[in-house]
Design a binder for this molecule. Sequence first.
Ligand SMILES: [Zn+2]
Length: 55
Amino acid sequence: MEKSYLDETPQEEVYPDYHHTLKIAKPGRDYVECAICGRKGYICMEESNIRYTWP
Ligand SMILES: [Zn+2]
């Protein structure tokens, strides 16, 4: 399986569990889920960038 590093998350913002860069966004939700482990990530806008936090 090929890993994509072309995700919109800049390198320095990648959560230590880098696989969280594979995200699933569901309509009507304000969070995303990791495509691999299902962990919830919250979306926050910072300047013109979208950031994700993984509580
Ligand atoms: Zn994950």
